[in-house]
Ligand binder design. Structure first.
Ligand code: ATP
Ligand code: MG
Length: 271
C-alpha cells in the first residue's frame, strides 16, 4: 500500500479538488483507493456527499471513540473507491487526544487500511502545516504539493521543500512525489511565466508534467459534490487530466508496474 498526502502552506490552492479527482482516477484505474479527509473543515465530505458531514470519521478514530476503521469508511458506487470522512472534529476535540499519541494512531490507521486491501491511500489535509498535518505528512510515503500558478508560489516552494527535508532528517520516510501547478490560466502570461520560473528553479522532474488548468468545471464539480469526470453524462475532456496525473503518480511512486486498465464506466458515485 502507498499512502499519499497533499499539503500546502496556503489555503485554497486546489488540494481537495486534487484529492477527490485523483482518488477517483486511481480507483477507475483499478487501485483500491481510500480517500481520507483530515481537514476539520471536512472538504472531502462536503464535496462527495453533504450528509457525510454528520458522519463519524478520521477524528473519531484519533480520539479513540471508534477504533474499527470498517465502521468509519463509506462505500461509493465505485467498488474500488471508499471514503473516510473527517468526522466529528469538535466532539473528538472535546474528548481530546494526546498529541504524542497521534503518530501511533496514524500508523494503526494505515495498517488497518492495508489489512482491508487498500492499495492507495489519499489523504487531504487542512491548509498550512499545523501539528496534525505535519503528523499526517510524516506518516505517509509521499506528499504531493499543489501550487497555484501565481508569482508568490515561486517564493513559497523552497520553504515547503526545506520543511519536508527537515521531516526527513527527523526520521520520517516521506518523499515528495512532485509539485503540481494548479489553476493555471492557459491564456495568462503570468501563469506561463510562473511555470517557467519554477521549472528553472527546481530539480528536473520535480514539477508534474501535467498542470491543472483554471476551469469553471472544477468549481461546478465541487458545488455538485462530484469529481469532474461525473459532472456530465459524458466526462468533459478535463477529466482526462486527472488520469494523466494518476499515471504520473503511478510512475513516480513505483506503482506503475501493476497498473490495470480502467474497468468501470463513469457512473454516479454514492449509493
Ligand atoms: N483548477 C481549478 N479551476 C477552477 N477552480 C478551481 C480549480 N481547483 C479548485 N478550484 C476551486 O477553488 C476553490 C478552492 O479549491 P479547493 O477546495 O480544492 O482548495 P484547497 O486547497 O483544498 O482549499 P483549503 O486550503 O481551504 O482546504 C474551490 O471552490 C474549487 O472549486
Ligand atoms: Mg481543502
Amino acid at each position: 500500500m502507498i499512502a499519499i498526502a497533499t499539503a500546502s502552506q496556503k489555503g485554497g490552492v486546489g488540494k481537495t479538488t486534487l484529492c477527490i479527482n485523483l482518488a477517483y482516477s486511481l480507483a477507475r484505474r483499478g487501485w483500491n483507493t481510500l480517500l481520507v479527509d483530515t481537514d476539520p473543515q471536512g472538504g472531502v465530505g462536503l464535496s462527495l456527499a453533504r450528509s457525510t458531514r454528520s458522519k463519524i470519521g478520521f477524528y473519531d478514530y484519533l480520539s479513540g471513540m471508534e477504533r474499527d476503521v470498517g465502521r468509519l469508511v463509506l462505500a461509493t458506487r465505485l467498488p474500488e473507491l471508499q471514503i473516510l470522512p473527517a468526522g466529528q472534529y469538535d466532539a473528538a476535540a472535546r474528548r481530546g487526544w494526546a498529541p504524542q499519541d497521534v503518530p501511533a494512531r496514524l500508523t494503526d490507521l494505515l495498517r488497518a487500511a492495508e489489512l482491508r486491501g487498500v492499495d492507495c491511500l489519499i489523504l487531504d489535509t487542512a491548509a498550512g502545516l499545523n501539528a496534525m498535518t505535519e503528523s499526517v505528512v510524516k506518516a505517509c510515503d509521499y506528499v504531493i504539493l499543489p501550487q497555484q500558478a501565481e508569482p508568490l508560489a515561486v517564493r513559497s516552494v523552497p520553504h515547503m521543500l526545506e520543511t519536508l527535508s527537515r521531516f526527513r532528517s527527523e526520521g520520517a520516510g516521506v518523499k515528495v512525489a512532485g509539485i503540481l501547478l494548479t489553476m493555471v490560466s492557459m491564456d495568462s502570461q503570468v501563469s506561463q511565466k510562473v511555470a517557467a520560473e519554477l521549472r528553472a528553479l527546481l530539480p528536473p522532474d520535480m514539477l508534474f508534467d501535467q498542470n491543472v488548468p483554471r476551469l469553471n468545471s472544477f468549481l461546478q464539480a465541487s458545488a455538485m459534490g462530484v469529481p469532474v469526470a461525473l459532472l456530465k453524462k459524458h466526462p468533459p475532456p478535463e477529466a482526462l487530466l486527472f488520469d494523466q496525473i494518476a499515471a504520473e503518480i503511478e510512475r513516480r511512486t513505483g506503482m506503475a508496474e501493476e497498473a490495470e486498465e480502467p474497468t468501470h464506466s463513469h457512473a454516479s458515485l454514492l449509493d
